[in-house]
Design a binder for this molecule. Sequence first.
Ligand SMILES: [Zn+2]
Length: 123
Amino acid sequence: MDHAIALDHVTLRRLLELRLGDLRADLQRASPPAEDHDASEVSDQKDSATQAQFAAVRNAEERRDIDEIVSVEAALHRLESGTYGICMQCGEPIAAQRLLAQPAALRCAACQSEIERQRAARR
Ligand SMILES: [Zn+2]
């Protein structure tokens, strides 16, 4: 294991495990929309529509949390197997700075922005 990464795996593991703990706590906190959620702001809208919107937003957030849990767990697994920090697209090491900001990153910044460009273009 001789990645060109200045981050040690103990630090990375801690980062990933902290993130995992946060995400799991978020999911556990998830509950039906609170009554006091700025009711005045939406008082002129139909309650059912508002509730549905809340539910949709909440579901999207939960899905994002679950997606991230999966990717953080995958990152921990890559840490175990020694493939962590390598871009899945180009095989180059991912910059340490990027890994610090996004420990579960699968791609280097260049490949990621390329993918996001393609996604945006498809829309
Ligand atoms: Zn790459």
